[in-house]
Design a protein around this ligand. Sequence first.
Ligand SMILES: [Mg+2]
Length: 327
Amino acid sequence: MFCTSTSISNILINVFYESRENIIRSLNRSVLVTHLHVTITLIYSFDLYVSNMVYMLNANNQTVSSTATLPVGGQHPKIFVFDFDCTLTYSHWYSFIHNYDNWTTQFLPQNPSQKPKPEQTIVNNLRKVSTYLLKFIAHNSRASAQTLKSKIARLRNTPIYGAVLTYIMGGTQRRNVINTFIETLVKNGHEVAIASRGYQKDIVVFLALMRIKGISKINAQHDCVYENNVPIARKYTNKEDLIKNLLMSQSKYTTVCYIDDDPTEHNKLLTMLNEKELTRYKYYGAKEGSNTIVIDLETNGSGLTKEVIDTILEDNNIENLTNKAML
Ligand SMILES: [Mg+2]
């Protein structure tokens, strides 16, 4: 009996996660908030270490391919269309970048008993992160893919990465579970798309920063330029039109699965789709209704959870590999 490098690394990952959880458990929410800068540094250090280790392991073992392959039997693919903010993300990336004050009101704890100074420390620290990222995205809006890639790689070695991983993605474990979920869908021959009312460039930077792979299409406000770090939007295809197009009779997809914390576009689609299109359309959301599979995904809540992902995979008869990402 001997230990492989993978099993040693898994043991190390467990030890580090356990330590990380112990730190978080030992701090109640107000202490966590009061000493945010210390907490971020601690969580960031663990997350960065584990993230790099998992990435290296995946790179070495190449256990999951991000290349779409048709499953045995040549079954035609489904397409899974995910909303971005508060569905794939844990909190609202668009607001963090473009409407920071709304983000703090909605997503940071609002405890009146807290002293103003520590609260202000959080706000100031995270505002610096969001301001930096907004400039980074705007200034790189015309950068080549290679330039952007190398700049994002450098960004990953800064506390900015730790703050985004913790506050917008919900931590390393959630990021790994979602990554494995997407890769599992792709490995089973399906396609994964993002549909958002936000800006494509913001989403591209976020996905690259979080190392989320396997997305074949991003439908968002794509043709935008930045003026004084503010995006000036042009035209784009809205979510309901995108999904209707995916359901057209010549479409190669057998089913369009739409996952969104906000049911607005789903409700519009129910009035737009004909009977035949409705048989190939399925919405995953919080409230019971026509063509809906009920999942725990509240509007502007904390996005996809492991339980929600389990339900989606089970509903589509897809082998669930996400338990491995919980290590
Ligand atoms: Mg959303």
